[in-house]
Design a binder for this molecule. Sequence first.
Ligand code: F6R
Length: 615
Amino acid sequence: MCGIVGYLGGGKAYGVLIGGLHRLEYRGYDSAGVALEGRGGKLKVYRSRGKVADLERLTEGKDTSGCLGIGHTRWATHGEPSERNAHPHVSQSGRLALVHNGTIENYRPLRETLRQCGYHFNSETDTEVLAQLVDYILERGGRSLPEAVKEALGQVEGAYAIAVMERGNPDLLVVARKSSPLVIGVGEGETFVASDATPIVGYTDRVLYLKDNEVAVIRRGKPLEVQTLDGGSRPSLDIQTLRLSVAQLEKGGFPTFMLKEIFEQPSTLTDCLRGRITSDGKRVVLSGVTDNRERFLRARRIVIVACGTSWHAALIGKRLIQQLGGLPVEVEYASEFRYGCPRIGEEDVVVAISQSGETADTLAAVQLARELGAFVYGICNVVGSSIPRSTHSGTYIHVGPEIGVASTKAFTGQVTVLALLALCLGQIRGTLAEEDVERVAKALLRLPETIEETLRLAPEVEQLSKTFTFAHNFLYLGRGYNYPTALEGALKLKEISYIHAEGYPAAEMKHGPIALIDHEMPSVIIAPNDSLHDKVLSNVQQVKARGGIVVAVINKGDEAIKSLADFVLEIPAVPECLTPIVASVPLQLLAYYIAVNKGRNVDRPRNLAKSVTVE
Ligand code: F6R
């Protein structure tokens, strides 16, 4: 939620900030702003409601010079999207500008105290309180900007990544973090700051990930200083090399990031599988598991925590691990886990799934699980993000940057890693016969070509989507491994097309949702040739008997369902436990084309953000 960016160097800050904000726009896009160090020691602040492009229009013809600046793209939490609630916030005396990602939980009492000291507030945001608090400390005298920032943060409860600059001080930028991400790019004579590494790519590959309760003081011509809020400093800066290219961040000829990411899945799954199955296809090699063999061997159960699409992957993971790994599994929404008095202990393994690695609810669940003594294993995409840095071990899905807000390639990567995890557990626990490991492992190795073949459905799905552009409601049904696929298909459709869609276990339909079925209500039924095929076939009959429209996702040659359904999408056959990976592809395409028909912004659907760093 919200993206922040900063620059101090010899170049023009504005271009770096705008370019960075475009890359961070997936984090929020209801308003944007920049502050620049102006000539004659003045701060120039431009803010606008809407997208970064609106901000660019606002600054046309204006003075955007300056070699120091900070920028922000917002996903509203406190106060509506508007110019006055947009960041940067300038303090009452005008001496500093501040951008913030996160939530200041105790902003109300702080605001009351500051009001009593004569401060006025122009916005409804929690962030402005922090700007005024730093201002108050500076105005009392005797404190430098870094000291004032540290003193202010000492009084703050909540989550923050901030960047602060001071009027008349073009050589200093102060940044800090707690529970919200912040990356510093160290270039030649210039320093970059951002919520993730994407704005830094192309400028430098030397990055430092700030840790919780750290404050970085960036001074022109001086080495970077990293201090802690309690007065300590980092012994070694631990600069890392960034492995991300500009090409990975561009659309590569596709009209949208989402379509590019759907079509990338054969190659992202190749990357995800690389080195994780022996070349003879007989064994799975996951060092995150085998290096911690004892913890997995003594595990009495696995608890998976995640949100949204990652939670759907977790539901599939539950079946995979129970079937192949032989361990009981519970799946919890990360946001509920904390408040449900979790009975977690040292014999439990908690698996946290998150594409971004920054989701606040999942991160909080990870922290609680660690406090309760569990061994915590992460399945994440963004390398170096907060969750992988907070877990004991884990496996990256390695599907590359996912920019489209709706998750696609990350979902198939997550399920693939969960299948590898289940096989690896089956191997080390001895619950799986060698030939079963080999059968699934070989099918996993063939996945990239299976998905390539599935993607050839795109023109057919595009055509089919036209039938449903004006539908108001959709039902998605599936059973067993594909009940979560139904949930995921429904989520994809609603988040990008704004059509109401519900996912249900197909057999539950008769306990309520069947009342909704009529000739205006399409049901998308996921019905591969698996162990529950005949049961799902009778669900198709039940929908048809009530005049409903059926779109069935079936395996090639399934004449029984083909003769009943109104439309079929035929996918290649794979072992039952891998069907969600293949079946989710036509559902991604269906949601995509319906949303495009409706003229929606599929990459940036309304009200959503890619990285949800607020509770
Ligand atoms: C849906 C979607 C969200 C995320 C959820 C968790 O397409 O993208 O539901 O899956 O916000 O995000 P991560 O996986 O980053 O923790």
